[in-house]
Design a protein around this ligand. Structure first.
Ligand code: SAJ
Length: 424
């Protein structure tokens, strides 16, 4: 396998690290992307995304001659498709990048080739989208060209490590495809490689994230019920999780990111019978509204100032994609007359949609505020000086949507504290 020429189509957060890791394993790797900037940077040994360790690895692999950027596809032994599958307005997978990747590969296809779809896709995509396009080559797909789906499961920030260490699923369109694609991944994966068919592999990836989404929805529903019933949901979670087979998740202002908030829709896009999954999505998507209602209840004037701490989709990252806190901000601005100030030490002002409301100094954000809302439990917020911040505010009120801050210390500093999910 190590003498095979590999082409990675799509050099994003998954494609580029995969290319670099495969080159490190000794293979000749070509990276193809429509974005000229990505290719030019790659051929200079540089990258335009942020990921620990990636820049050094890419530089080393380009210098060694084993990794090269190309702007037109050419013949190869293996083609790996790692292009985005965004979600459309009507909550369906946009497979246009996957289709054009397969179309671009088509003229270069020859007997013995291997084509792998890595992009997260609705069940059936490999068989129903990739195979029919490749069949137009006149080659027998499954006999002369081997095709499989192999989903990635890495966590941003640890991609290079996890690409090698994590277990992997390979699902071929037939057993021959599965086995041959397994050999390709064996060259650089140290984790277990489990084999199945392509549709099962596609569903596995989606279910991993759906599992989490549904569980978070249950936690959010518990929070809503607890508030109405006069119960502390956090206490319930703490004690229920003492049961050896129970693992209640954490409630919060909603679910963000480009995976968990998106993938469940791919499962049910053509299947109205997927009721629980749809309901879970709706519960999680409804959380910013609940938080907005609570904010309106807590502040005593329609034009009060609200300082929101944290805007990313989860703690200690700079990613704001699908962030529930941004949804909350959007709603507050559209539906209320409240003044909104935001603080987040991680976000990049250049790409932040509400940069006019973003304050670099937390003191400026909370000055004259009637309410602080903790939106994201960034590590930095665990050491805030609430004595100082409280004195800058018009009213010492705080709404913690993550149950993260030290309530005792807040109360000692004169704050009136409200915690999402706590009905007592
Ligand atoms: N969240 C809660 N309550 C919880 C856990 C999470 O409200 O108890 C929220 C977070 O605040 C965040 C969102 O859910 O807004 C998702 O965060 P996350 O850390 O759970 O997941 P992601 O999206 O960063 O990464 C997931 C991972 N999948 C699983 O854990 C099953 C990762 O392994 C996948 O590679 C990634 O999706 C992906 O690319 O699919």
């Amino acid at each position: 396998m190590k003498d095979k020429k590999i082409t990675i189509v799509g050099l994003g957060y998954i494609g580029l690290p995969t290319a670099a890791v495969m080159a490190r394993a000794g293979m000749e790797v070509l990276g193809y992307d429509l974005n000229r900037r990505v290719i030019d940077a790659l051929n200079r040994g540089e990258i335009i995304i942020e990921e620990p360790g990636l820049s050094e690895l890419v530089n080393e692999m380009v210098s060694s001659g084993r990794l090269k950027g190309i702007s037109t596809l050419q013949e190869s032994d293996v083609f790996i498709i790692a292009v985005p599958t965004p979600i459309t307005e009507d909550k369906k997978a946009d497979m246009s990048y996957v289709k054009s990747a397969a179309e671009d590969i088509l003229p270069h296809l020859k007997p013995g080739n291997i084509v792998v779809l890595e992009s997260t896709s609705p069940p059936g995509a490999t068989e129903d989208i990739i195979v029919p396009i490749l069949e137009r080559s006149g080659l027998k797909i499954g006999d002369e060209v081997f095709v499989a789906h192999s989903p990635e499961r890495v966590l941003p920030g640890r991609i290079i490590q996890e690409l090698v260490e994590n277990d992997r699923i390979i699902g071929g369109i037939n057993p021959e495809s599965t086995e041959i694609v397994k050999e390709v991944y064996r060259t650089f994966v140290d984790g277990e490689i489990y084999t199945t068919d392509s549709k099962t592999a596609e569903m596995c990836k989606l279910m991993e994230n759906t599992f989490r989404d549904v569980n978070i929805a249950l936690a959010n529903e518990l929070a809503i019920l607890s508030e109405n019933m006069g119960i502390d949901a956090w206490e319930v979670i703490k004690f229920a999780n003492k049961h050896p087979r129970v693992n209640l998740h954490q409630p919060g202002p909603g679910v963000g990111g480009h995976c968990i908030a998106v993938d469940p829709w791919f499962v049910i896009e053509n299947h109205p019978e997927g009721k629980l999954i749809r309901q879970a999505r709706n519960i999680n998507d409804g959380m910013p509204d609940k938080v907005m209602e609570k904010i309106q209840e807590l502040v005593q004037s329609d034009e009060a100032k609200v300082a929101i701490l944290g805007a990313t989709y989860k703690p200690n990252v700079d990613d704001t994609r699908e962030s529930p806190v941004l949804k909350l901000v959007e709603k507050l601005l559209q539906k209320t007359r409240l003044q909104v100030a935001i603080h987040d030490p991680h976000v990049d002002r250049e790409v932040f949609p509400y940069s006019g409301r973003l304050y670099d100094q937390i003191e400026d954000a909370v000055k004259d505020a009637d309410l602080i809302v903790l939106g994201v439990n960034h590590f930095e917020y665990s050491t805030l000086d609430f004595g100082l911040l409280g004195n800058l505010m018009k009213a010492k009120r705080l709404y913690d949507t993550r149950n993260y801050l030290n309530e005792k210390e807040l109360v000692e500093n004169g704050f009136q504290v409200t915690i999402l999910g706590r009905g007592i």
